[in-house]
Design a protein around this ligand. Structure first.
Ligand code: GLN
Length: 412
């Protein structure tokens, strides 16, 4: 992607060291597949992407009513570090801006600071599916230079939104921002939210299912600060960005996307992150407000084994099929023919952009799933006429019903 521009965060020296050339994209599906390109295995601090995760912890620990007393759900339309408090009550407008996130951190349960930190890092690790560590240098810098956040903390204390010394909530907030993640981790965090709170690889629950809709709601309305309206219009996915250069987006029920690129725009969102999510959403038709296409109308082509038997291969296949006796052999042959055709691009028209359905005749469920797996593996290897990204999985009917960009789905 030829996108330049933006500047890495430089409010603390550790972030100023980030390489603006880094660029990684990872997509994780709810069935546990992870697709990665570029810088997806380099760690960076999660920063504000921790906010929706800690909001989930607060919802679990205190319940919806208590959380709503402390932090609202209205977009502020202002910068992430704005002092957007409700007139009168002092309640921060939403949990995605710093004021709301600091208030949220104060709601994490635990007898000691260590317990509360362990609660937060434990939850974040469950989302990522591996133990996450804190960058102590970033934490120290955040803590020693975070005067504006500290001022916000004291204002919240003044309004009794924080009921204790603001330092405790601030320390937890600075620490949660300093958790180290890779782009791949973030894709799994997003996929965990897409999957109702269960990490699709480890199968471990990171957050209660009934908190997920609340978390995604505040991401959808406030996740990229004063760019959220534009973001939802263009990308159409609940999302969260951080000044470490990460951005994650969630398509509920289907997948999570993460982009890492540390050069930020003036709002603190990754420049390439925004562009990449926009392109992915457009190419794969992921906008969550786009009404799902009916599966019947998306079916552009339907192939049976008969259709595979074209030209030279058809003649050969026919005689071979005639010679075959058992159903088992027929299926094995079907696979072979499909393989040949896919390698030669013979049976599938090059310009077929629609849903392609391969029907395996005479299929026994077990044989069919075995064949399906083999064909999918095969398709993943071949470039023509299908590209790797077109092959999403085998549970296509359900993906279709849920409105997945059906024109890019291969149904087996
Ligand atoms: N640590 C940063 C702050 O509190 C996080 C902000 C962000 O990622 N937008 O200012």
């Amino acid at each position: 992607m030829q996108v330049q521009g933006g500047r890495v965060a430089d409010y603390i020296p550790e972030l100023a060291k980030a390489d603006p050339a880094d660029f990684g994209i990872a997509i994780a599906t709810v069935d546990g597949r992870v697709y990665e390109a570029g810088t997806t295995r380099k760690t960076f601090t999660i920063q504000s992407i921790s906010k929706p995760l800690v909001y989930g912890v607060a919802l679990e620990d205190q319940g919806l009513d208590r959380v709503r007393q402390v932090v609202g759900v209205e977009p502020s339309g202002e910068a992430f570090n704005s002092i957007s408090l409700e007139p009168g009550t002092g309640r921060p407008l939403n949990p995605m801006i710093n004021a709301g996130a600091i208030a949220t951190s104060s709601l994490v349960a635990g007898a000691t600071r260590q317990d509360r930190l362990a609660r937060v890092t434990g939850a974040m690790s469950a989302y990522a599916g591996r133990p996450l560590a804190i960058d102590e240098a970033v934490f120290e810098s955040e803590r020693s230079t975070g005067h504006r956040n500290r001022a916000i903390g004291h204002l919240l204390r003044n309004y009794d939104i924080l009921s204790e010394d603001p330092e405790a909530a601030l320390e937890l907030y600075f620490r949660q921002c300093s958790v180290l993640v890779e782009c791949r981790d973030l894709a799994l965090v997003a996929a965990t939210l897409a999957n109702g709170g269960i990490n699709p690889v480890t199968r471990q629950r990171a957050v209660k299912a009934d908190c997920v809709a609340q978390i995604l709601s505040v991401m959808a309305t406030c996740g990229v600060y004063d760019f959220t309206g534009e973001w939802i219009y263009r990308v159409g996915l609940p999302a969260k960005s951080g000044v470490g250069g990460g951005i994650m987006a969630v398509l509920p029920g289907q997948l999570g996307i993460a982009v890492f690129s540390p050069a930020l725009d003036e709002r603190g969102n990754s420049v390439r992150g925004v562009k990449a999510c926009e392109a992915i959403s457009r190419d794969l038709g992921l906008h969550f407000l786009q009404p799902p296409r009916a599966s019947v109308s998306t079916l552009r082509a339907r192939y049976t084994l008969r259709d595979f038997e074209v030209g030279r291969l058809r003649r050969r296949a026919r005689s071979q099929l005639r010679a075959l006796k058992g159903r088992q052999q027929q299926l094995a042959r079907a696979l072979h023919i499909a393989q040949r055709l896919l390698h030669h691009g013979g049976g599938l028209p090059h310009r077929c952009h629609g849903l392609i359905q391969l029907r395996l005749q005479g299929r026994h469920p077990r044989q069919r799933s075995h064949l399906t797996r083999r064909i999918v593996r095969l398709l993943m290897q071949c470039h023509q006429p299908l590209q790797r990204r077109h092959v999403v999985g085998t549970k296509c009917q359900s993906l279709l019903q849920r409105g997945f960009g059906a024109s890019k789905v291969l149904q087996l």
